[in-house]
Design a protein around this ligand. Structure first.
Ligand SMILES: [Zn+2]
Length: 93
């Protein structure tokens, strides 16, 4: 292919918003969430409880449950579950 023969025509701005999802399961043994959380309702699981502002807040805990030490069921990435295109900057608020 010779790039000099390509015709390029501007067609405007296209913005794509997409949502990707991952299933993160609770620990099968102690039922701790699979994320570090600063929310007080999860303080019963000291292994995943972090203070507000901790950089781990909301992050996945990984392969081993930090609350009980058991191996966790791996997270299940679902990929892109929703996509919407907006042309010419017509993005709704
Ligand atoms: Zn556990």
């Amino acid at each position: 292919m010779n790039d000099r023969n390509l015709a390029v025509s501007p067609i405007g701005v296209l913005v794509r918003r997409s949502v990707e999802a991952t299933v993160i399961r609770a620990c099968e043994f102690c039922h701790a969430p699979g994320r570090y959380l600063s929310l007080p309702e999860w303080s019963g699981y000291p292994g995943i409880a972090v203070k507000a502002g901790d950089p781990r807040d909301g992050q996945p805990v990984g392969d081993v449950c930090p609350n009980c030490g058991a191996r966790r069921t791996p997270d299940e990435p679902l990929g892109e579950i929703s996509v919407k295109d907006y042309r010419d900057g017509s993005i709704p608020g």
